[in-house]
Design a protein around this ligand. Structure first.
Ligand code: ZN
Length: 405
């Protein structure tokens, strides 16, 4: 006997609401995360020798009811768990910024063109955002972060969890004493790992992953055909501009949300506690490197990136700042709670453009988050050495510096 009532059957036959209207539901986010994980593995295995397979028995992915946000468990097989709360929070983040994203990503389109393109742009942003979450976690494992953390903790916890909201490194007890040198070091290292996971995830998303169906449709709509394999390889033109805007939008949505979940201590503007904005600056910089095809940045003695730009690259950089970064980071993002103003995005977001220019031209930064970022980047050489034996990837694409000559 069928237990399905006629009303239920009716409901299930109803067309799903157009996601381009209001932003993705938590269920859509959950589906996208699972799909992103499956595609991520595919992109690694098609990369041939990139993955040193014997080191990793496997990685599982779950969406679960739990009280943490996202957690990577170091065990065999490794496990990445995303909480249902996270899928709800990400959905809410999208929904409260959905109209703004539409108008900032399609700022130069007429109303009819915007109406035609937005479903694909919107879907691309959601897909890139969930891919970013998955790749960020995967690269914590593949870059050797979880193994390194395990060694640092002397292997005590049998299942070491590397949680996204668990970076309350210094002063758990909220003591009055300033953090010790060891605490400061641990915190900076932890933040370095976050920046590295972001950096490799973004690079892989632009170079190692085939264009998503939504991006293919989008580029076809604006330029008639797609010859590119991945985002970095897209031809100059509006399709490329929109794809990179979607990348920046996905980065900002995701980082804003993840950083808001950190403990209050880590948001205190003190030198030992990096600002969330430092992470956003670093991510925008990585996307810029791909857009302007500047992937040969040298590392200065102090870990800062040095780039001498050709005239073409200078023009691409200018295009990136003017056409890609500015419309997104200077848009009126929704402040979702009373503490949102503290994370500095509303104030500092518009400065991303100025600061990227400062970094690349070797000028002094004007904001505290970027000063911090440069300080954290000075750990690069030492950290690369420490992590080397834990890495599960072959040569990683992009800006990971070559071993010292
Ligand atoms: Zn992380």
């Amino acid at each position: 006997m069928s237990r399905r009532s006629p009303t239920k059957a009716k409901v299930s036959r109803r067309r799903p609401a157009d996601p381009s209207d209001r932003g993705p539901s938590a269920a859509t986010i959950q589906r996208q995360l699972s799909r992103a994980f499956a595609e991520a593995w595919q992109s690694f295995s098609s990369g041939g020798t990139l993955l040193k397979k014997p080191r990793i028995a496997g990685i599982e992915f779950h969406v679960a009811t739990s009280n943490y946000l996202i957690q990577v468990t170091y065990a065999q097989p490794h496990r990445i768990q995303v909480s249902r709360r996270f899928t709800h929070d990400l959905s809410a983040e999208f929904r409260s910024n959905w109209r703004m994203l539409r108008s900032s990503c399609l700022t130069d389109a007429t109303a009819p063109v915007a109406a035609r393109l937005w479903p694909e742009v919107g879907e691309s942003i959601v897909q890139l955002s969930t891919s970013f979450v998955v790749f960020h976690e995967l690269f914590h494992v593949l870059n050797g972060h979880t193994a390194y953390a395990m060694v640092r903790s002397k292997g005590k916890p049998r299942q070491l969890a590397f949680g996204e909201a668990a970076q309350k490194v210094a002063r758990e007890k909220k003591g009055k004493a300033p953090p010790s040198a060891a605490e400061t070091k641990r915190m900076l290292e932890a933040y370095y790992l976050e920046l590295e996971a972001d950096d490799t995830a973004l690079q892989w998303m632009m170079q190692g992953v085939p264009l998503s169906p939504a991006l293919v449709r989008l580029v076809e709509l604006v330029s008639g055909q797609v010859a590119a394999r991945d985002i970095a390889a897209l031809d100059n033109g509006w399709g490329r501009v929109l794809a990179f805007r979607a990348m920046i939008a996905a980065l900002v949505v995701t980082v804003r949300l993840l950083e808001r979940q950190r403990g209050d201590e880590t948001r205190t503007p003190a030198l030992t506690h990096p600002y969330p904005m430092a992470r956003l600056f670093a991510g925008a910089f990585t996307v810029m490197e791909q857009f302007a095809d500047i992937t040969r940045a040298e590392n200065g003695g102090d870990g800062a990136k040095i780039v001498r730009l050709s005239a073409d690259e200078a023009e691409d950089l200018d295009t990136f700042l003017r056409m890609i970064a500015r419309p997104i980071v200077s848009a009126p993002w929704a402040a979702r709670d009373s503490t949102a103003a503290d994370d500095g995005f509303e104030v500092l977001g518009p400065l991303v453009v100025t600061e990227i220019k400062n970094i690349i031209l070797g000028r002094n930064p004007e904001t505290e988050p970027v000063s911090q970022l440069l300080r954290i980047q000075r750990l690069r050489k030492a950290m690369t050495k420490r992590l080397a034996r834990h890495r599960c990837m072959g040569p990683v694409i992009g800006s990971t510096p070559p071993p010292a000559n």
